[in-house]
Ligand binder design. Structure first.
Ligand SMILES: *[C@@H]1O[C@H](CO)[C@@H](O)[C@H](O)[C@H]1NC(C)=O
Ligand SMILES: *[C@@H]1O[C@H](CO)[C@@H](O)[C@H](O)[C@H]1NC(C)=O
Length: 312
């Protein structure tokens, strides 16, 4: 730790900056929690925020919260309209002075998908690197199971979703319905899903800004859990999916990649798209691996990567 910090300071002093007031201040980090979690639970996101601050001394970290209270935020992870939620977060982040010069982004589970949507839809957030952990980028073919049985909100979400993800009310009030994609009923997905087809460019009418904002990322890092028990298929964390017979389709075999309407192929060919496999269940990642990811992708502040850490 001591050695790393000295190297960091040395390189910061050596770098010639056109923005002297930024000298020495690392780029802020925005984190977005997963389903069932909140912005500010001391034992979950609290740990993450402490880890980031420990790894990058002096960094400003913002943990996304929807609603005025922690319980409203938890609720918003199950119920609400994702298009409105992304708009709202965009407006709120615009007002935070520390985030005016850009930020690195780190999203957990569905929070990673929402951060990507934010990159695509919220141009005032100058995103540098985006790292997502077990995020359903291509959607889910099954509604996620509840992390624990006693979770009443989650149970209610699953009960509603079981009545038909695209039925009236549910399709724009249940969050998980808005990234549900049944490979056997793609026509219904395209017609009725109010969120994912738009941000993934699955519709004929595409927002060309989405592509330019994705390729403006310095790095897109996709962490997938090999034994993921929440996100099905786990390939979705790498932008892959399954066909109508359940066979895995890697991102590189999709039309989205081939025609590159989201810019993923360009990022890939430019070595700016990174696929990380973690052996384990959903979110089973050790502190050491998390620290490495933070140091490798966020550690260098505005001057790019300074730390020399080994690969995962
Ligand atoms: C949060 O957790 C940390 C580490 O476990 C602990 O030191 C701290 O006292 C906790 N803070 C609160 C407000 O519970
Ligand atoms: C991906 O596409 C290549 C070339 O068309 C094909 O050979 C390969 O079998 C495909 N892989 C999968 C898993 O679909």
């Amino acid at each position: 730790m001591h050695l790393r910090i000295s190297t960091f300071l040395l390189l910061m002093f050596l770098s010639v900056s056109s923005e002297p007031f930024m000298l020495g201040s690392p780029l802020p980090v925005i984190v977005w929690h997963g389903m069932g979690d909140t912005c500010c639970d001391n034992s979950t996101m609290g740990e993450i925020v402490r880890l980031i601050k420990d790894e990058i001394p002096g960094v400003f970290v913002h943990s996304v919260q929807i609603g005025d209270t922690e319980s409203a935020d938890r609720n918003a992870g199950f119920f609400g309209n994702l298009n409105n939620q992304i708009d709202r977060v965009c407006t709120e982040l615009e007002a935070i002075p520390e985030l005016q010069h850009g930020a690195n982004l780190m999203g957990f589970s569905q929070g990673g998908l929402f951060l990507r949507a934010l990159v695509q839809r919220c141009p005032t957030i100058k995103a540098k690197s985006l790292v997502t952990f077990g995020s359903p980028h291509s959607g889910v073919a099954e509604i996620p199971k509840c992390p624990n049985d006693g979770d009443a909100l989650c149970g209610w979400m699953r009960q509603l979703a079981s009545r038909g993800v695209y039925s009236w009310y549910i399709r724009d009030h249940v969050v998980q319905a808005q990234y549900f994609k049944d490979p056997k009923r793609l026509d219904q997905y395209l017609r009725h899903n109010i969120f994912l087809p738009d941000i993934n460019g699955d519709l004929d009418e595409r927002n060309t800004n989405y592509r330019s904002r994705i390729i403006a990322l310095e790095k897109l890092v996709l962490v997938r859990f090999s034994e993921d028990n929440m996100i099905y298929p786990s390939q979705s964390s790498w932008f892959g999916f399954i066909d109508d017979e359940g066979n895995e389709i890697p991102l590189q075999n999709t039309t989205m990649y081939h025609d590159d309407w989201l810019g993923l192929r360009e990022l890939d060919e430019d070595s700016r798209l990174e696929f990380v496999n973690v052996d384990g269940k959903h979110m089973e990642i050790g502190e050491k691996s998390l620290r490495r990811i933070v140091a490798k992708h966020f550690g260098g502040g505005i001057r790019g990567s300074v730390f020399r850490v080994q690969d995962y």
